[in-house]
Every structure is written in structure tokens, then in C-alpha cells.
Design a protein around this ligand. Structure first.
Ligand code: URP
Ligand code: ZN
Ligand code: ZN
Ligand code: ZN
Length: 467
């Protein structure tokens, strides 16, 4: 719907400000903000007025790391773009950046086209793509330039998963050199996969097959080593680097050191590393399989260092790495062999609430909540200020958030297409009430009023977060 909407009486929170303001929306964009109750705000005439008294008015979340329908370990992540983006909207996220996959022996273009086909016409909220580069060769390197020009400005490489997504140091260096030239941002899965595969083989030979061994073989030191190596390769290439799903405090220390040296090195962590631990991986009766992801969950003592990293800006972004697999039929593929459990956790619906809980618990401020969940991911991946803030000219991707409502997270009530919740039974304070995407109501007072196909592809500019 075009036309004018006003959101009245809420506390507007962005990464930089908290103001009691009314927000005027026109033709899908923020037209103006004015202090609530002032003549300027009162004079606005609108087709629709949304009352946000006593609520927060925040930018829609930007989840820069999702895997809808990802093929992994002989199966597919269980959320489609339709179900996953609807769940995202329920959780107050209005933009996702998902990972298109180049398979070995194929071109980037083929992979990107395939992901466009999966997403187009199916999404409830807007989406962009990163490109997973699994086969670095002369052709691929040239294609990277073309992708940057058309708005796919970030590329994920894997130091893990030999034989699947893995790149060796030479391939990584070449891709980094290319990105130093074309403005792309390399996103690194930093784990020493060659060493991990040796430890996997040895563990299985000892009969250590339970899910908890997934955490034991994927050692924090091997995350730190890979993080260090990626930083040095990026430094040699003169390229910026974004390390995805950081879970080990030793890896945070590597990032902090590089940043102290002034390097353009960035880190992302995910709610699962902030709220869950190896205790979950050790749950009996194969329940631990629900918590198998890579990098793995760590012992509890890592959490404090991750929170600290988020406060000191040694970590800049919290994304979900949403990659759901049902317990029944999917996680179960790894009964008797933890290395066959598909890797990934659901969470696209939970991120904004869990991070609000972190505000309630005193880990981060309200503005930092918006910064790490909305503004910085938008900047990092070239979508700011269209996404990630509430300011004149920005897309009207806005959440009315009730900071006092209580909820209990559960698979019974969530909207992700997966048969368990990683946060089952967890009580949180704060809840999404209403969500607008480009001015259209997607969630209206906790009813889904959106539609598949409202969400559109969002081409991105290059990283806006460099020193
Ligand atoms: O376990 C995970 N993280 N699954 C998704 C793929 C990846 O490495 O991000
Ligand atoms: Zn092909
Ligand atoms: Zn990864
Ligand atoms: Zn991922």
C-alpha cells in the first residue's frame, strides 16, 4: 500500500539515538521524524496511525547470515525462503542476507542464479545474497568482479570442510587479492578443517560417536589458528576481512589484536554462542545433536569474552547463521557418528529477542542492541541507510517492540519450519508486536499480515564500515 502511515508515541531507538518521536512513513520510506506531541508531529495527516505508546520503535533487524534451503550433509536446511523469511518477520527481522553456493566444478553465476530462483517471489521480507566460493580458479576470480558490480559484494570462503566448501591458503589469498581490487569483502569460516578431520577420524576410531565429541574435536585452538592465518593472509593481500560465527575466546583475542594494529578485520558472533554451551551438546539421548553447528558451541567461560568483545567493538555484528535441520530425520542422520549430523541451528526468529534479553541482563545497551543487530550489519554489507536505521529516506522497515511483554521460546509457538527450538522453555522479556517492511504491515499486533513475494532482492554496495 502506498499512502501515509504515522507511528505515534514510541521511543525511537537507533544505533546513535533514543528519542520520543513520531515517525511519518510515505510510499514505503521514512519521510520524517518529529518529537511526539509537538505541533509538527500533530499536523501530520495519515491514512493509518499506529500507536506505539510505551513501546520501542526500532529499525527492522538485519540478519546478515542465513542459510535457507542450504544443501548440507546429504539433506537440505528445513526452512525455505518462504517459511524462513516469514519466521524472520515474526522475530522482527526485515532483511536477511543469505548465502548462494557455488558448487565445485560450477560457476558463481550458476550458483547465484539457482539461489535467485529459490528466493524470488517467495520472501516475506527483503533479501540479499553473499556468494560462497568453493572453487577458486581464473574464471571464478573474474566472476567475482561482475558480482560486486551487480550487488553481491561479499564472498564466503571456508578453511573447514575439506572436499566440500574448503579452500586452501593459496585459493584464499587469490580471492582476497581480488577483493582488495574489486571492493568485495571476504567472509571467513575460520577453522582448520584439515586438522579437525584428523581428530574426527581418531575420535570415531576410539568409539567416541556422541554429539558432544563434535565440540571436542573442533578445538578452540583450531578456530584461533585459522582466524590468525586468515588475518595474516588478508594483511598480505591488503584486503578487509570479516570472520563469521566466532565462538572461541582465543579467536576474539586474535581479532582484537589485529584491530589494535588498525587492520580492517571484523568479527561476527551468533546468539547460540552467547546463550548456549557445550552443556547443551552433552545432553543425553542424542539430544545434543540439536546443538551441532560449526564453529561449535564452547564451554560457558567463552560467553563472557564474547559479550566483552561486543561491548568493545572487537566483535561488530550478531547474525544467526540460521541453518535449521529437524531433529527427526535430519539430525538423526548422525546417530552413531557425530560427523554425519548436519551442521546448523535454527534462530532467525529468536535473535532480536535474545539480544533484547541481553539488554535486560545488562550485557549491552539498547543502542548497542540496535547497532549490532541492525545498523552495523547494514553498513558492513553495503545497505545503509536504506536498511538498519530509522531516518528520512530509509526504507520503512520498522518494528514496534514491547519491552515489557514476557514470552517463553518454544517449538510449539515458533514459526520456523523445524521441529525443535534451541531455546526451548527460555523465558525472555520483550516481544515483537508489529512489523513493517517498506511501509507494509507484515506483522500486525502479533498476526501475520504479510505475503510471500512482498520481499524483494536488495542489491548491495561495497562495505561501508572500513577504517
Ligand atoms: O553449522 C553451521 N554453521 N552451518 C551452516 C554452514 C556454515 O558453516 O555457516
Ligand atoms: Zn556448471
Ligand atoms: Zn561457516
Ligand atoms: Zn553459516
Amino acid at each position: 500500500m502506498s499512502g501515509r502511515t504515522v507511528i505515534r508515541g514510541g521511543l525511537v531507538i537507533t544505533a546513535s539515538d533514543e528519542i520520543h518521536a513520531d515517525v511519518l512513513i510515505e510510499d514505503g520510506r521514512v519521510a520524517a521524524l518529529a518529537s511526539s506531541g509537538t505541533p509538527a508531529a500533530e499536523a501530520w495527516v495519515a491514512d493509518r496511525v499506529l500507536d506505539a505508546t510505551g513501546k520501542y520503535v526500532i529499525p527492522g533487524g538485519v540478519d546478515a547470515h542465513t542459510h535457507m534451503e542450504l544443501p548440507f550433509g546429504g539433506t537440505f536446511a528445513s526452512d525455505t525462503f518462504e517459511t524462513g523469511t516469514r519466521a524472520a518477520a515474526w522475530g522482527g527481522t526485515t532483511t536477511i542476507v543469505d548465502f548462494a553456493v557455488q558448487s565445485v566444478g560450477h560457476t558463481l553465476r550458476e550458483g547465484l542464479d539457482a539461489w535467485h530462483a529459490k528466493a524470488e517471489g517467495n520472501c516475506a521480507v527483503d533479501y540479499g545474497f553473499h556468494m560462497i566460493v568453493s572453487d577458486v580458479n581464473q574464471e571464478t576470480l573474474k566472476e567475482m568482479d561482475l558480482l560486486v558490480e551487480e550487488g553481491v559484494t561479499s564472498f564466503k570462503q571456508f578453511m573447514a570442510y575439506p572436499g566440500v566448501f574448503y579452500s586452501d591458503d593459496g585459493q584464499i589469498l587469490r580471492a582476497m587479492q581480488r577483493s582488495a581490487d574489486n571492493g568485495g569483502l571476504i567472509m571467513m569460516h575460520a577453522e582448520n578443517g584439515i586438522a579437525i578431520d584428523v581428530l574426527v577420524e581418531q575420535a570415531l576410531a576410539r568409539g567416541e560417536t556422541d554429539p558432544r565429541y563434535h565440540g571436542e574435536v573442533r578445538k578452540a585452538l583450531l578456530e584461533a589458528e585459522a582466524t590468525h592465518r586468515a588475518i595474516k593472509l588478508a594483511q598480505v593481500a591488503g584486503a578487509p576481512l570479516y570472520v563469521v560465527h566466532v565462538s572461541a575466546m582465543e579467536a576474539v583475542a586474535e581479532l582484537a589484536k589485529a584491530r589494535d594494529e588498525g587492520l580492517n578485520v571484523f568479527g561476527e558472533t551468533c546468539p547460540q554462542y552467547l546463550f548456549l554451551s557445550t552443556d547443551n551438546l552433552a545432553e543425553p539421548d542424542f539430544e545434543g545433536a540439536k546443538y551441532v553447528c560449526s564453529t561449535p558451541l564452547r564451554p560457558r567461560e567463552h560467553q563472557a569474552k564474547l559479550w566483552q568483545g561486543l561491548r568493545t567493538n572487537d566483535l561488530q555484528v550478531v547474525s544467526t547463521d540460521h541453518c535449521p535441520f529437524c531433529f527427526v530425520g535430519q539430525k538423526e542422520l548422525g546417530r552413531g557418528d557425530f560427523s554425519k549430523i548436519p551442521n546448523g541451528l535454527p534462530g532467525v526468529e529468536n535473535r532480536m529477542d535474545l539480544l533484547h534479553q541481553a539488554v535486560v541482563d545488562g550485557h549491552i545497551s539498547r543502542r548497542r542492541w540496535i547497532e549490532i543487530a541492525c545498523a552495523t550489519p547494514a553498513r558492513m554489507f553495503g545497505m545503509y541507510p536504506q536498511k538498519g536505521t530509522i531516518a528520512p529516506g530509509a526504507d520503512a522497515d520498522i518494528v514496534i517492540y514491547d519491552p515489557h511483554a514476557e514470552q517463553v521460546m518454544s517449538a510449539e509457538t515458533h514459526h520456523m519450519n523445524v521441529d525443535y527450538s534451541a531455546y526451548e522453555g527460555r523465558r525472555t522479556t520483550g516481544r515483537v508486536e508489529t512489523v513493517l517492511s517498506r511501509g507494509e504491515l507484515v506483522i500486525t499486533e502479533r498476526e501475520y499480515t504479510g505475503r510471500a513475494g512482498h520481499g524483494v532482492y536488495t542489491p548491495r554496495s561495497t562495505c561501508q564500515y572500513l577504517n
